[in-house]
Design a protein around this ligand. Structure first.
Ligand SMILES: *Cc1c(COP(=O)(O)O)cnc(C)c1O
Length: 401
């Protein structure tokens, strides 16, 4: 006999390493912007697997492309060329305006590659090793040691000893704070054009332009982490494109595979020519035909469905709905974010509100203790937004009184 949801959860608690306080739900399948748990309960999904499922669930065209690739070949290793990787790299270059692509398996790994490329670039330039990186307070770049080094959240770092990169943390959106940390040892500045985990903070135009100019003057590389804010989420394919501030290195993951684990770091020709060369970096799975067939199909579908234009069109309706909720509830201090990457900042922890919403069939995620984060599938329509408000608004009233 198959196990009930409760039995599965109990079993999972015995067997999985407890690094997450999971919601007591076993998700089973999805259709469009809805998820279903093992008991058949339906949820409207405004989390999208953490900004992953741009097209929602069960997309026929996407699923068929994956099935076709499964029957052809899943994996080859990087000792050989494979067609999906070559096509995916070309499409990603076109979408980003960057010059060279390295495929990885996650966001953290993409940032690891970016940091290695930056160090190698600096060391080829001055003949020394061990340069400094400037990162931002409240940033999030992933949980591996290198990515953790540049993550501006002391709580995530403090239990793990000496981290591999020499990092200084600047204040986000404060150019003077970045400039004051530059030394003759600085290799690069890394930042998210819209901070996700750290609280849905969009960079200002002045800040991005200022950091770009500073990097040019001082000979530093500028790394943009577009893992969460990229892939159309904020209304341009990559968030930096809206400002015309091109980085030297860019990282990407989450919606890049729309459910298949894949990431990438991309660079300009200048960085490619003077950083990582044969033997300097590698991965077994990265860029494998299955993951890259997903990337190809995802990028084709973005183009064909004009998904980024849809994000631009639906955003005002979404922000308006959030502003109206803010007006109705004094417990909401602020709405902030960009495009379909929004946050409502509360005067209290949001966990009980998220729980109440979930009980009533709406999946949300937090960003820090006091912020509800909205990163829905990019295909949501006005009706989905109304439905979200119809569940969340009473949940706020019930929990906050
Ligand atoms: C999620 C995230 C990462 C880490 O990605 P993983 O795939 O979980 O390793 C890195 N940077 C940003 C901005 C993210 O949101």
């Amino acid at each position: 006999m198959s196990m009930t949801m409760e039995e599965l959860i109990a079993q999972g608690e015995q067997d999985l390493l407890h690094t997450y306080n999971r919601y007591p739900i076993v998700l089973d399948h999805g259709e469009g912007v809805y998820l279903y748990d093992l008991n058949g309960k339906k949820y409207l999904d405004f989390m999208a697997g953490i900004a992953v499922f741009a097209f929602g669930y069960g997309n026929r065209e996407y699923n068929d492309a994956l099935k076709l690739q499964i029957d052809k070949i899943l994996h080859t290793s990087n000792y050989f060329y494979n067609e999906p990787a070559i096509r995916a790299a070309h499409l990603l270059k076109q979408a980003s305006g960057m010059d060279r692509v390295f495929f990885t398996n996650s966001g953290a790994e993409s940032n690891e590659g970016a940091l290695k490329a930056a160090e190698k670039y600096a060391s080829l330039k001055d003949g020394t090793n061990g340069h400094e990186i400037i990162a931002m307070e409240n940033s999030f770049h992933g949980r591996t040691y290198g990515a953790l080094s540049v993550t501006g959240n002391a709580h995530y770092r403090e239990s793990f000893g000496t981290l591999p990169c020499d990092v200084k943390f600047a204040k986000f959106n404060d150019l003077d704070s970045v400039a004051s940390l530059v030394t003759d040892r600085t290799a690069a500045v890394i930042l998210e054009p819209v901070q996700g985990e750290g609280g849905l903070n969009p960079a200002t135009r002045e800040f991005l332009e200022g950091v770009r100019k500073l990097c040019d003057e001082k000979g530093l590389l500028l790394i943009f982490d577009e893992v969460q804010c990229g892939m159309g989420r904020t209304g341009s394919m990559f968030a930096w494109q809206k400002f015309g501030v091109r980085p030297d290195i860019m990282t990407c993951a989450k919606a890049l595979g729309c459910g298949v684990p894949v990431g990438a770091f991309l660079m300009t020709e200048e960085v490619a020519a003077h950083s990582l060369s044969a033997g300097d970096h590698g991965t077994t799975y990265g860029g494998n035909p299955f993951a890259c067939a997903a990337v190809c199909k995802v990028l084709e579908m973005y183009e064909k469905t004009h998904l980024v234009e849809h994000v631009q069109q639906i955003t005002p309706y979404f922000t308006d709905a959030l502003e109206k909720m803010k007006a109705r509830h004094p417990q909401i201090l602020e709405r902030r974010g960009a495009g379909l990457m929004q946050g409502l900042v509360f005067d209290r922890p949001v966990a009980p509100i998220i729980k109440e919403a979930m009980d009533n069939g709406l999946i949300l995620i937090n960003a820090g203790a006091n912020i509800i984060r909205f990163v829905p599938p990019l295909v949501i329509d006005e009706g989905n937004i109304d439905e979200m408000v119809g569940i969340l608004d009473p949940a706020i009233s019930k929990v906050c009184g």
